[in-house]
Design a binder for this molecule. Structure first.
Ligand SMILES: Cc1cc2nc3c(=O)[nH]c(=O)nc-3n(C[C@H](O)[C@H](O)[C@H](O)COP(=O)(O)OP(=O)(O)OC[C@H]3O[C@@H](n4cnc5c(N)ncnc54)[C@H](O)[C@@H]3O)c2cc1C
Length: 338
């Protein structure tokens, strides 16, 4: 005799890459509702006019994201790296041959394609944008959620927020064990302290000067810069140093570019930036602190008798912090749908 299981009702909190992948994995065996605080999906993945202001690179060893890109019929291309690099101090600009780095690749059309194509496959997931979750409460055999709009009841809940943000913005009833709270507080949100800017030009003048676009600076507002050209756009992207006055940022960047490229810059036709430190649905105040090396990520966390799950890139032991880690963390949910 066939046994009929009642499909579980699952809530996913957060529509970044891990939340989207979780929904994709669970939607065939569970009723899935996904809550996203922002008015868009993607979380830290953010592309404006085809230019990536969040992540852009994937690396050859990252088989999960490469498989996902393949399965979504997307294409990648190699990060441009031909030519010399520049090193800027307050006195000089030196040209040098950069050491060969691990080759990175980008997604054609911008990484937002990953989000759009994944979202298009979430045909049975109930997606709620602009709905912020504030409380996760264990009640009898279920979990109640309080959002900015109303209350809901689910069988199980998946939290995808960066651990520090989850601890700051979600009230857990009963509270998370103290040990888990301490672990969460000590996990920095990857890139939560970054400011990424993209400068668009009429032509890739640096390539014509035999430069790769890779620059290092101790003097200008941008500490590290790379080529960010797409199939039809010419751009450089940079990480702005944390002590820079953001009110003047465009002006400061223009002066730095003039200094770096000895006035060879063609017209700037676009300037965009995101200060991720100020993104309330990404980072907390403690994330402003600088750290020198990649943090040790990875945490096995579940609560409410195994009905409350924590995923997201910071929880991943494999490539934690990266897109690959966000996907890897979803593997922990195997078995939820039965
Ligand atoms: C500038 C920058 C550059 C980066 N570069 C790279 C790179 O080149 N390569 C790489 O692999 N990785 C890079 N990363 C890291 C990469 O972006 C992350 O690993 C990945 O996007 C994390 O996905 P996630 O789902 O774990 O978290 P998030 O994307 O942070 O998802 C969490 C989601 O939860 C939502 N949310 C928050 N609070 C609530 C709430 N209370 N209720 C409901 N929803 C809520 C958020 O809006 C968000 O959508 C970069 C990140 C940044 C910011």
């Amino acid at each position: 005799m066939r046994r009929h299981h009642k499909m579980k009702n699952i809530a996913i909190i957060g529509g970044g890459l891990s939340g989207l992948c979780a929904a994709h994995t669970l939607q065939n065996t569970c009723h899935v509702m996904l809550f996203e605080a922002r008015d868009r999906l993607g979380g830290r993945i953010h592309t404006v006019q085809g230019l990536d202001l969040g992540p852009s690179w994937i690396w050859p060893h990252q088989h999960r994201i490469i498989d996902l890109i393949d399965s979504l019929d997307l294409e990648i291309f190699r990060q441009y790296g031909k030519g010399d690099a520049l090193y800027e101090t307050s006195q000089t600009v030196e040209r040098f041959t950069a050491p060969t780095m691990l080759p990175s690749a980008r997604i054609k059309g911008g990484i937002v394609n990953l989000v759009d194509r994944l979202a298009a496959r979430l045909t049975t997931t109930n997606i709620h944008l602009n709905e912020t979750v504030s409380c996760v409460r264990q009640h009898n055999n279920c979990i109640e959620l309080i959002t900015s709009k109303r209350e809901y009841v689910f069988d199980e809940v998946v939290v995808t927020l960066p651990p520090r943000l989850a601890l700051q913005d979600l009230t857990f009833e009963p509270p998370l064990p103290t040990e888990l709270q301490t672990q969460f507080v000590n996990i920095p949100t990857w890139m939560g302290n970054s400011i990424k800017c993209v400068i668009e030009f009429e032509s890739p003048f640096w390539r014509e000067m035999g430069l790769s676009g890779f620059c290092f600076s101790h003097a200008g507002p941008i500490g590290e810069m790379h080529d960010a050209c797409t199939q039809d756009r010419y751009a450089l992207f940079g990480f702005v140093r944390s002590n820079v006055n953001m009110e003047n940022i465009e002006h400061l960047v223009r002066s730095q570019l003039k200094n770096l490229f000895v006035n060879q810059t063609t017209n700037i036709i676009g300037f965009h930036y995101v200060d991720w430190r100020a993104e309330q649905f990404t980072s907390v105040e403690a994330d402003q602190l600088h750290f020198d090396s990649h943090p040790q990520y990875g945490i096995e966390a579940a609560h409410f008798e195994g009905k409350l799950h924590f995923i997201g890139t910071e929880t991943s032991f494999d490539d934690g912090g990266y897109l690959e880690g966000a996907i890897a963390s979803v593997e922990r949910l195997k078995g939820i749908g039965g």
